[in-house]
Design a binder for this molecule. Structure first.
Ligand code: ATP
Ligand code: MG
Length: 198
């Protein structure tokens, strides 16, 4: 029998507890067997606007952060595929590898508001149920009512944390503790990520 698999895509530059809390609560609410935190190789929405940490560094950070949390895993499919990362491709290859699995694409409110600008979003609609989680700083997008999406909404604790803020903190030498799991903070230090980068 197929499994219920959540895919939570992101740049994760760096991963933080906002991501992790959303992932475990979506897993619990929808009884998912696993949530894969899928690390974008080259996030096409972001690549041109700022220097993104290497995919290797971001993946190592996600692996460290998920540690032994049951039902969470770091995903490297997009990194292994190379090039720009498109969710439609990711879902299609997951469907091909495990045709029996049911796929759930998890996004926060900010991302849900932009879904129709995604590459080949009609393919995404056909391949996955959209799981929308609340995120402070963005409103609940009205676009959820647009036909074509199978949508599940999951309410998670509101954590006003962003990678953008964490990069600024790291660059200024302010603490990352408790905003990122310990193992992730150590990984950032060991790899010399974000120091002085702004
Ligand atoms: P950046 O500031 O660089 O954009 P980010 O914190 O938004 O980083 P992303 O990697 O862009 O993190 O986001 C990946 C996914 O996680 C998106 O679907 C986003 O909506 C969701 N997400 C990020 N932070 C939170 C949060 N604090 N609460 C709920 N969802 C979140
Ligand atoms: Mg973001």
């Amino acid at each position: 029998m197929g499994q219920r698999i959540g895919i939570f895509g992101g740049t994760f530059d760096p991963i933080h507890v906002g991501h992790l809390v959303a992932a475990v609560n979506a897993r619990d609410a929808l009884r998912l067997d696993r949530v894969i935190l899928m690390v974008a190789n080259i996030p096409w929405q972001k690549a041109e606007t700022r220097g993104v940490s290497t995919a290797d560094d971001r993946l190592a950070l996600v692996e460290a952060a998920v540690g032994g949390v049951p039902g969470l895993a770091a995903g490297r499919l997009e990194i292994d595929r190379g090039g720009e990362s498109y969710t439609a491709d990711t879902l299609a290859s997951m469907r091909e590898a495990e045709p029996e699995d049911e796929l759930f694409l998890i996004v926060g409110w900010d991302v849900a508001a932009e879904l129709t600008s995604w590459e080949r979003y009609e393919e995404i609609q056909a391949l996955a149920t959209l799981v929308v989680v609340n995120r402070p700083g963005s409103g609940r997008p009205g676009a959820l009512e647009v036909d074509g999406w199978r949508v599940a909404e999951v309410t998670v604790p509101n954590l006003e944390i962003s990678s953008t803020d964490l990069r600024a903190r790291a660059a200024e030498g302010r603490p990352l503790d408790y905003l990122i799991p310990d193992a992730g903070v150590r990984c950032i230090g060991a790899r010399g990520m974000y120091a002085g980068s702004g």
